[in-house]
Design a protein around this ligand. Structure first.
Ligand code: FES
Length: 184
């Protein structure tokens, strides 16, 4: 009789243990990718530009890297996310700015933001909130798929770092295009 009652317990444990190993495995698989995208500590300390290979970032994914100690979000936007950002009436925005002025010409799918909430400086969470953009859990600011403030106490859009495309799949953060119309 004790075997009957012990068996399900054991099975439950094994099931949970297997799930935990799976989660750890997935997290471990992500670490080399993120580590490869982050510069070494001396580069960060120097505030030097960093180069990011965009190739491994899947459509719909947002990654976070650090530049000059600041979190930088790099979003590989889907068509739906771009359309959502472009179908908004600018006049209705607290900080009106067209989506195509927040990305580089010809690279509309790539949105690069400084991931610091313009309210009091928390780090928002990607793919959260009413606009499926960025949600700041500190006081509820909601940003859209262009990183523009839509709701909540933050007064401004998420800022854009200086960066430029070195090729279709590589950017350098910390250096702006020479052209003054970099974001045009
Ligand atoms: S710091 Fe983000 S809402 Fe206050």
């Amino acid at each position: 009789m004790t075997v009957i009652s012990a068996d399900p317990t054991r099975r439950d444990f094994l099931f949970i243990a297997t799930g935990a190993v799976g989660a750890v495995g997935a997290a471990a698989a992500l670490v080399p990718l993120i580590a490869q995208m982050n510069p070494d500590a001396s580069t960060i300390a120097a505030g030097a530009p960093i180069e990011i290979d965009l190739g491994p970032i899947a459509e719909g994914q947002v990654i976070k890297v650090f530049w000059r100690g600041k979190p930088i979000f790099i979003s590989h936007r889907t068509k739906k996310e771009i359309e959502a950002a472009r179908s908004v009436q600018l006049a209705s925005l607290p900080d009106p700015e067209a989506d195509d002025k927040r990305v580089k010409k010809g690279h509309d799918q790539w949105l690069v933001l400084i991931g610091i909430c313009t309210h009091l400086g928390c780090i928002p969470i990607a793919h959260q909130g009413n606009y499926d953009g960025y949600f700041c859990p500190c006081h509820g600011s909601q940003y859209d798929t262009s990183g523009r403030i839509r709701q909540g106490p933050a007064p401004k859009n998420l800022p854009l770092p200086p960066y430029k495309f070195l090729s279709d799949s590589k950017i350098r953060i910390g250096e702006e295009d020479a052209s003054p119309a970099a974001h045009a």
